[in-house]
Design a protein. Structure first.
Length: 250
């Protein structure tokens, strides 16, 4: 899922990446809305709120929203910087490090929220900033890995692209190519799993509150393990094959 470059990726790899990261975004955004009444997987709403507070001259809120926007930007910047720095050495290492950082941040949110969170305004602002940073990491990584094909949380852009792709597929002057079909599959997958993640996040937050954030790193760890498991299985198979060959020769 993370070992291939954007030009060598298969439909299966893109669908797995799209579904897993869309679930993470869906859970995160709905939990953010329920817990904090704030978007935590995208910044569209924050930009609108920032403009509103500028008009109303709420300077404290302006600073908070600027910090939140910067945190998302900083996450995207860091993710892209890591990938560009390491992709010539190992695609898996370049793509996995941002995911590892995201796991650490979301584990911090889970532990702090589950054991220490006292619902103060300062805590709320810090936790939202941390989640936005992690989502910036994820969104940038997924976009780079897929060559801009997968947008795990930007549903406005997703619906725009999906409308264009379906129009292209159905138009009598257009050829129904595999490329367009695969794009439609991937965009529908993101939409479906984002919605599924939203349902999971809303339902289980009502039951377990911040403990739901322990579930998100499990999904991300599965993404990391997917590629490693194939390598481990290949090495294990080779090891047993060599042992069997030695036994036969003796």
């Amino acid at each position: 899922m993370l070992r291939q470059s954007k030009s060598d990726r298969t439909l299966k790899e893109n669908l797995l990446l799209a579904s897993s990261t869309a679930v993470v975004s869906g859970i995160t955004n709905v939990v953010g809305m329920v817990a904090f009444l704030a978007f935590t997987s995208n910044i569209t709403g924050h930009v609108a709120n920032l403009a509103k507070h500028i008009v109303e001259q709420n300077f404290a809120e302006i600073i908070v929203f600027l910090i939140w926007l910067f945190m998302f930007f900083a996450g995207a910047f860091l993710s892209s910087f890591i990938v560009r720095s390491l992709e010539d050495k190992s695609y898996y290492r370049a793509h996995s490090i941002p995911v590892i950082i995201e796991i650490v941040i979301l584990l911090f949110v889970a532990i702090y929220g589950h054991h220490f969170y006292e619902e103060t305004q300062t805590e709320r602002e810090i936790v939202i900033a941390a989640i936005l940073f992690s989502m910036g990491l994820q969104n940038s990584l997924v976009s780079i890995v897929s060559g801009g094909l997968i947008k795990s949380s930007h549903l406005t852009g997703l619906f725009t692209d999906l409308g264009g792709d379906i129009s292209d597929w159905l138009h009598p002057k257009s050829k129904k190519t595999v490329v367009v079909r695969d794009k439609i599959f991937i965009r529908l997958t993101v939409l479906g799993f984002y919605f599924l993640g939203g349902i999971i996040g809303g339902y289980f937050f009502n039951l377990y509150e911040f403990a739901i954030f322990y579930f998100i790193p499990v999904i991300l760890l599965t993404i990391l393990y997917y590629d490693v498991s194939n390598i481990a299985l290949h090495k294990l198979t080779r090891k047993f094959s060599r042992k069997n060959a030695k036994i036969k020769t003796t």
